[in-house]
Design a protein around this ligand. Sequence first.
Ligand code: GLC
Length: 738
Amino acid sequence: MKKQLITVFVMAILFALPGKAQKPVYLDDTKSIEDRVKDALSRMTLEEKVKLCHAQSKFSTSGVPRLGIPELWMSDGPHGVREEILWNSWGVASWTNDSCTAFPALTCLAATWNPNMSAIYGKAIGEEARYRKKDVLLGPGVNMYRTPLNGRNFEYMGEDPFLASTMVVPYIQEVQKNGVSACVKHYALNNQEIWRGHINVELSDRALYEIYLPAFKAAVQKGGVWSIMGSYNKVRGQHACHSELLLQNILKGQWGFDGAVITDWGGAHDTREAALNGLDIEMGSFTNGLTSESVFTYDDYYLAKAYLKMLKEGKVPMSTIDDKASRVLRLIFRTSMNSKKPWGSFTSEEHYKVSRTVAEEGIVLLKNDPLSKKIPALLPLDGAKYHKILVVGENATRRLTEGGGSSVLKVKKEVSPLVGLLAKYGDKVVYTKGYESGRVMYENIDKIPASVVDSLRAEAIKQAMDADVVIYIGGLNKNHLQDCEAGDRDSYALPFGQNELINGLLKVNKKMVMVLISGNAVEMPWVKDVSSILQAWYLGSESGNAIANVLSGEVNPSGKLPFSFPVKLKDNAAHSFGEICYPGDSINEEYKEDILVGYRWHDTKKIPALFSFGHGLSYTNFSYGKAIISDKAMAEGDSLVVTILVKNTGKIAGKEVVQLYIGDEKCTLVRPLKELKGFKKIALQPGEETVVNFTITADDLKFYNDQASKWIAEAGKFKVYIGSSSTDIRSKIEFSLQ
Ligand code: GLC
């Protein structure tokens, strides 16, 4: 008996010893994240909670050292994991282990019109971010393409909310499977770079809800994104980073977002608004988000000492800090403190394959017609037919992963178009630069001496005289005032004297293939004089291999444009209502085109685009049967099925994006002629045919009635357009909503 008592006594002692104490809930990953958040919050001081809500360095926020809650580390960007930046400056840390895989720009991803591409892209970039020990990847960007001049369109997913909403979701889901938070940006209405830090955007609720918010809403409600980045600009008078409308009413109220709102770097401007309107993490304050440094310490941030003081004085409710700290803790438990997260991987062959596959699927064949009896459609380019293949253009050799702003990448590999073509066609390839754009600069553009411009041009034209075929590789680049953050293009035309060069080349050789590398539409005065035009994007590490594979026909192009190419700038909606509509008067800007953005404008105003939204050719052809609809009438709550037969009538395998648009024939409010409501990418062998089905529900028919402040489908007639682009409609069919 005595022995037993002693045993019990010893056990009791042992059990009481700290070493055996029950693990605190917040450290116990068998507990729910909500329980862990509550427990951690209950253990934290007010000072510790406030410290969670602002930066401690350029790209990190502090955790709670006393409780063993780790820091949060963030990194750009949407196309790859940016090289390490110094603790408290925009300078690079010159590490030797951070050269990443560059994936194609998101315009290219959107141009694949293939959500599976978003999934493999998100998985790969998420693995790279995880391997680099980053908890928040600052991307993807889904701001709508409103004007071809916006410097950052290359980072986004085009002009249509349905396309962007569909393509953004798998990217986010797959990134986050790595225990890395995606950070969808820039929320919202950051559709230009001019005056980005303060321009106040005014627009209707219809435009806001129908065009500019859907991709963010999909990211939150379908993608389950764990963080979102507020944009620099103002919306209806308040900075987006602490906008009551955007953050409290819509994002957290209507959409139920449970993640953390992070400012763009330098996007916070007011403690009271930041405290009350739902900002959770303040980054980069007092800087321009790119190059200029702050002179303040992190304690001087709006959500630092000043906020703590207001809390202590009861000027803002304690509930605000508990909401913020809870959201930041939730983000930490999902990422840095997620003990189940994988290890990631970096610059693997698998990642290069993903980069190349997305690039190949996103390249768009804009034109490929015979020019005359003597000049056939030049693509695919059969090397056996030629002795001298002249490659002209700076973009054949320029490193296009550099520049562009915060999406800049230090890469282990970037196969240039010239290297890709040399690998494909060997010594038949001769290269001449043709034009020069100077160094990668933020502040200004090198002025290239006229003598250099003339000699480069003369040499290219001389070389073209005896070339069997010319492959021109030009377009824009990542220089300031091109496809680059913090500035917009100042012209719709190709820069660096390219049009003069192109015209000079065409005078001596009509057999020219144009490969345009850009993230934006450009003016093409020579479009009738060339047989073949390829829209290649900033394609990343495997750029040259992807371009060579498509030019040679090893890969049959299947990309479709995610935005319209207007013939001239004033055909674009945002450029049709004077300065106040774009770029604004430097204080305010009014989106006067309202919901008629992109093809919605071209269709409704009957202004043909040079190349339409959804346009993209193939080396094979596809025939479409007649669309069939399951019922001519749809009752509220019903759904209809539209089917159509598509056949590959050519001699090689190919992929086609079958697009479904719906037009409301009669509505009390203005509506576009038609809007994208479905698309399917199908692969068909020569001669193969398949039936493509689309299901239509009342949601596809709704518009946002801003008088009633709700989505409404009005009874009446609707038209279904099925086609190979927004203007290449192959079949129409009507039905009515009861
Ligand atoms: C930049 C960009 C944003 C980027 C951030 C950090 O100004 O607007 O996209 O993620 O600052 O570099």
